[in-house]
Write a protein that binds this ligand. Structure first.
Ligand code: MN
Length: 525
């Protein structure tokens, strides 16, 4: 018998990106969206167009960049939010307007400060209004799990009547329990008369560690769209993790009897990309994508797994795309071996760019002897360092020791302008960062997190540094990699400052744009 398909709706770029410090640039969002397309997600929620002009542009650019997935834009059940979404979808035919309003007593009375009847009216109005512009409208009854059941039934029935083709029953606050949540979906399926006219979606949060279990119980009871994120990223304790949902349905197909369009062999690569770009690390014991997820440590287990993989392994590392045997390149590897490996890692290098890329590779290979996949990824990530508005690290000189005052001299350049500064500090990193502050003219920057790790093996390994900095209310992350950890630290710090300047520049611009628009409106009146 043909199995039902479950629609995978990824919200890494919306709910995931809302996490403090995980903010992404437009280009980083596009990079993730393209990887999500390769992964095979059906819907990409790309942002919240009304929240900022930058978000609106990102949503529209993502819709342009990807071909297959539907692109969803989130908006409150308010006409001006829907207009922003419509603006973002001007040039695409695959947009989905996703509108929401809180339906629990807490949300109706404390957030919207109105009555249940008025919330119902606004929900219907929003769906109808959105349908004027877009054939694909999703409605979410925010905080559905704390909403009165009879009222929820009315909302679902009426929004479907108004034209919603997907209705989401989110557990926005992570309060539901699997048995109860499964029952809620089942009761809705049995009570709402027109429920077959829409896809029922679920959006679960992990506040009690139940997001995956709740989503799957909903699937067992008839939900056919799961909203989730890569690595379980998302508000507070996060959203249901895509990799857990998809692999559970696959490994336990005997129970779920459903399929998805996900190419599971892209899971690992997607997880790594999201980790790298958001700077949000995955815990080592995380299901499916954690570093230890396939590491059998106990002697008894290791012995068994060598005898037969099925003894303790329920899925293979290959099934999520962990390369079985890593190919190690050295200085003796040829140009085409490099091209082939980069291709495998998702980087298209044409014959024209090959000599330059190979030269970079040889510099690393000379320092490191063995070049691993992670080294190549970091080499490629560093490639975009010459464009407009980006700080380049020209050189650093650091003197340190236990009996001298650590001193750093750095030279940086941006758009062709060079600047050299020196500073002393409590340690070599502190001295370097102070010198960078002076050279960039940045003040009041707080370093809120600094992490260093070896990305490959051996003492000559590539070191990766992740920093998080804040100024006023803006917080960004930056990362840098090098065989020298001080250089990696300086690069990470500079990349964070570049991001901060772009973000705050963007905000200043958008404020100016809003002012301009208001002036125009005033002039018209
Ligand atoms: Mn959410």
């Amino acid at each position: 018998m043909a199995q039902d398909k479950v629609i995978i709706f990824d919200t890494t770029l919306r709910d995931g990106e809302q996490v403090p410090g995980a903010s992404l640039t437009k280009n980083e969002k596009i990079q993730i969206a393209l990887q999500l397309e390769k992964l095979g997600v059906d819907v990409i929620e790309a942002g919240f167009p009304m929240s900022s002009p930058g978000d609106l542009i990102s949503v529209s650019e993502i819709a342009k960049a990807v071909k297959k997935p539907i692109i969803a834009g989130l908006c409150r059940a308010v006409r001006k939010d829907i207009d922003a979404c419509r603006e973002a979808f001007k040039k695409t035919s695959k947009g989905r307007i996703h509108t929401f309003i809180g339906t629990s007593p807490q949300h109706v009375h404390y957030i919207t400060r109105t009555t249940e009847e008025e919330v119902l009216r606004r929900a219907i109005d929003a769906v109808k209004y959105a349908r004027n512009y877009c054939g694909d409208v999703e409605f979410s009854a925010m905080d559905a799990t704390r909403t009165d059941f009879d009222y929820l039934c009315r909302i679902v029935e009426e929004t479907i009547k108004a034209g919603a083709s997907t209705v989401d029953i989110p557990d926005s606050v992570g309060y539901a329990e699997p048995y109860e949540y499964g029952n809620l979906i089942k009761k809705l399926m049995n009570t709402v008369p027109n429920i077959n006219k829409a896809v029922i979606a679920v959006h679960c949060h992990n506040d009690l560690g139940m997001a995956t279990a709740n989503s799957l119980m909903a699937v067992l009871n008839g939900a056919r769209q799961v909203e989730c994120t890569i690595n379980g990223l998302g508000e507070r304790a996060g959203n249901a993790a895509l990799e857990e949902i998809v692999m559970t349905m696959k490994v336990r197909n005997d129970i779920y009897r459903t399929t998805t369009n996900i190419n599971t062999e892209e899971i690992y690569r997607t997880s790594k990309l999201v980790t790298r770009l958001t700077g949000m690390p995955v815990q080592p014991n995380k299901s499916v994508v954690g570093e230890n997820a396939f590491a059998h440590a106990s002697g008894i287990h290791q012995d068994a797994i060598l005898k037969h993989e099925s003894t303790f392994g329920i899925m293979t590392p290959q099934s999520i795309g962990i390369p079985g045997h890593e190919l190690v390149l050295t200085a003796r590897s040829g140009k085409h071996a490099l091209q082939h490996r980069l291709n495998y890692l998702g980087y298209k290098i044409g014959e024209a760019q090959l000599p330059d890329t190979y030269a970079k590779f040889l510099t690393i290979a000379d320092k490191k002897k063995e070049v691993f996949d992670e080294d190549l990824v970091h080499m490629m990530e560093g490639n975009d360092a010459s464009s407009h508005g980006i700080y380049n690290l020209d050189y650093i000189y650091v003197a340190t020791g236990n009996k001298i005052v650590p001193t750093a001299t750095i030279e940086i350049s941006k758009d062709g302008n060079k600047n050299t500064k020196a500073a002393t500090g409590d340690g070599p990193v502190d001295a370097m960062f102070k010198a960078i502050n002076e050279a960039t003219g940045e003040e009041n920057i707080k370093l809120t997190d600094y992490q260093i790790k070896a990305v490959t093996k051996g003492t000559e390994a590539m070191g990766e540094v992740n920093v998080r900095i804040s100024r006023d209310n803006n917080e960004v992350t930056g990362r840098g990699a090098s065989t020298d950890i001080l250089e990696a630290s300086a690069k990470a710090y500079l990349s964070a400052i570049t991001k901060l300047e772009k973000e705050t520049g963007k905000k200043a611009e958008s404020k100016a744009a809003v002012k301009k628009a208001n002036k125009k409106k005033a002039a018209k009146k």
